[in-house]
Design a protein around this ligand. Sequence first.
Ligand code: HPA
Ligand SMILES: [Zn+2]
Length: 340
Amino acid sequence: MSNLSIHDFIRQIPKAELHLHIEGTFEPELMFAIAQRNKVAIPYSSVEEVRKAYQFGNLQDFLDIYYAGAAVLQKEQDFYDLTMAYLLKAKEENIVHTEIFFDPQTHTERGIAFNTVITGIHKALLDGENKLGITSKLILCFLRHLSEESALKTLEQALPYKEWITAVGLDSSEVGNPPSKFQKVFEKAAEKGFLGVAHAGEEGNAEYVKEALNALKIDRIDHGNRSLEDPNLVKEIVDRKLALTVCPLSNLKLQVVKSPDLHPLKKMLELGMMATVNSDDPAYFGGYLNANFIVMTDALGLSKEEITLLAKNSFAASFLPEDEKEEKIAEVENFYNKNN
Ligand code: HPA
Ligand SMILES: [Zn+2]
C-alpha cells in the first residue's frame, strides 16, 4: 500500500490512448524546425506567436489552423519525427498502448504521396514498439468535408498497406457532413477487413451518433458527448458495450463543453457507458493524456476507483487481441491494489 497523490496515481497508472490525431501532436517547436529544413514559410514569427493563435471558438476555427500547420509536413522523415515525438511523450505519461489517427487526404490533397505519409508514421510506430515498448494500431481517417469519392480513392490507396492499418475513421467538420455520406466507403472498408470508428456527437447532435451506428456500423464512437441527449441511444450504447473516446481538454478548447465542472465524463460512467479519456490534438489543446485526466479529476472529484475504471476501459475498448487486453487490465488492477 503506498500513498500516491491522486495526480501521481494518474501519471503512473498504465493506460492506453484511443483518440489521438498524429497531426494534432505537432508542437510549434517541431513545426518551426521542419518548416526551416523544408524551406516552407509559415505565417508566424515565433513559437509564442503560434501558441497565442491557438484560441478557438468552435471546431472549424481549430481545423483551419490545424490543416495549415500540417502543410509543413512533406517528407517521410517529417512524419517519422512527428510520430516519434508523440511516442516519447506517451512514454513519459505511462501510455503503454496507443491507437493513432492519421488524415492522409490532408497530405495527398497537396501532392504528398500516401506512401510517404504512412511509411514515416509506420517506421516510428515500429521503433516505438521495439525501443520504447509501446504497442500501437493505426487508424486511417477520412475527411468528412471532402466527398465520398475522395474517401473511396483514399481507401484504394490504403489497400497495399492493409497490414499496417487496423481501422478506418471519420473526422473533420461534423455538422452538415453526416455519417450517411460515407456509408459506401465504410461498407467497402468492412469488406476488406478494416474495423470502423467515427467522430460523432462532438458538435453534431444525437442523430449523428445514431447514423454512425446504423449506417457505418462502427465499433467505437469518437467523442459521443451528445448521445446523452437521447436516452434510447444511451441504452443502446450501454447494452452493446460500445466505447466512447472522450476528449476533455478538446471539448473545453473547442467550446463543446463550457467549463470543466460541466463535463459529462462522470455522468457517462454513472450511466454505465464505457467511457475513456484521450487527448485528441494535444499540441493544440494545451495538454497530453495525463493533463486530461487531471482536469477532470480536479473538476469532477474522480476517485482512484474511477480513474482505474477509465484506465481499464482504455484497454477493454482498444483493438488489441483479447488475451493482450486481459493482460493489460490485470496490470491496471495490480497497480490499483498496490497504490489505492
Ligand atoms: O476533434 C476533432 N474533431 C473533428 N476532426 C478533428 N480532426 C482533428 N481533431 C478533430
Ligand atoms: Zn478527434
